[in-house]
Design a protein around this ligand. Sequence first.
Ligand code: NAD
Length: 496
Amino acid sequence: MTALGHLINGARVDRQGRSQDLYNPSTGEVKGQVSLASKATVEEAIAAAQAAFPAWRNTPPAKRARVMFRFKQLLEEHAEEIVRLIGEEHGKISHDAQGELARGIENVEYACGAPELLKGEHSKNTGPGIDSWSEHQPLGVVAGITPFNFPAMVPLWMYPMAIACGNTFVLKPSERDPTSALFIAELALEAGLPAGVLNVVNGDKEAVDTLLDDARVQAVSFVGSTPIAEYIYSRASANGKRCQALGGAKNHAIVMPDADMENVVNSLTGAAFGSSGERCMALSVAVAVGDEAADTLIAKMQESMATLKVGPFSDKSNDFGPVITKAHQEKVCGYIASAAEQGATLVVDGRDVQVEGYEGGFYVGGTLIDNVTPEMTCYREEIFGPVLLVMRVDSMEEAMRLIDEHEYGNGTCIYTRDGEAARYFSDNILVGMVGINVPLPVPVSYHSFGGWKRSLFGDLSAYGPDAVRFYTRRKTVTQRWPSAGVREGVQFSFPS
Ligand code: NAD
């Protein structure tokens, strides 16, 4: 088996060196290898992006957008293949992978509007015969480093907009499921991107550190876990780069006593266990206000979870698939064990789930844990598995305090019929993305995606309008054309 290589300067390249195994998590079998780029290989990609920049920067935005229109079409034409590639390495069931791809394509659609989005601001006669305008200029070479859990979508949060803005790009996808990202990047080239405008290097820390340290890289977009996000942000900014680094999450849903419980249970079941809980917007904590709400919630969740179907990505009737690796399966099970040891109640325990015919797969069944308290490890840390914690509080204020005091602030949601309570909640909660009776409040592509607190390092969110700001820098020009040369002579003070 040859290891999956890189995409540099418009061509697939293989380089001798380190590699690691790629797994099919549904079966637990090794399905191939991926190359881990050396510093020299990453530098080759940066050099290609640097060389492509001057011509791409000067390509009219409408022409750049036309490549995006074609790219969108190719993504739609190859959707089935992409969905399969995602499933084979990530384990996501096809309907979920289709949803991921659709969300990615929406970002390409947004990038098609680049000529409109890049229009600057113009002011005539800011002084006598003087005009002034601001324009958004591209930065140069931009790097993107992405996580395993949305192998197709998260890269599409980044490079379509970066490239439509006139930058060139080096992507470093997750080394755990890189094949779909590489395939999609080849479609972008087929759509008409000149060689070097989009490069993909597969790799690990060595590749990432090269991108963070190379002076030719102007900006870094990162999505992944919080410890790595913090590291990326510190190192990139210490090297003078612009950086946005999106991190982990612990998303709480407040269940008010007046909530429509059928709706709560349906939404929570999908939002906690969909994609095996490996979503940064997964609802992993339900905070029930009052014991009555908590008891009803637990009883109805048990009923709903009795029909949960976990199994391989290839069977469309499954609700969710395996987790990403054996090590992650063990980690998730470790969190479940720690919850029991620290005094929580295991209502549904998914640790010994059996999937017939797929005994080697990395499965964890849906798990429900009641009576969780703030000091427990399972609450403090991100589990990133199909585990829903239930906490019991006496008031909405107490529920909001829990959320505000948690280190993460990615997403949250409230279930209630009380508009005033919902308004107070959305206005005051210290979280970046808020749902009101909406479990996964992921912003659409023409808004921007970003959490607060330790879920985002940097001040601009991903995609949407913030991406236009992140991937460009403002230049403001002030212009005068005196009809007969400079008439006023020397001036030593600002004109008043
Ligand atoms: P991860 O942090 O392990 O890896 C992300 C990327 O960082 C990968 O490309 C990886 O190669 C690289 N990386 C890992 N360790 C590194 C190191 N020591 N030095 C340099 N680079 C390193 O994350 P993951 O497990 O792939 O993804 C899951 C995490 O991502 C979860 O915490 C999840 O919440 C988070 N996530 C956040 C968002 C968001 O928008 N906030 C979206 C998706 C995923």
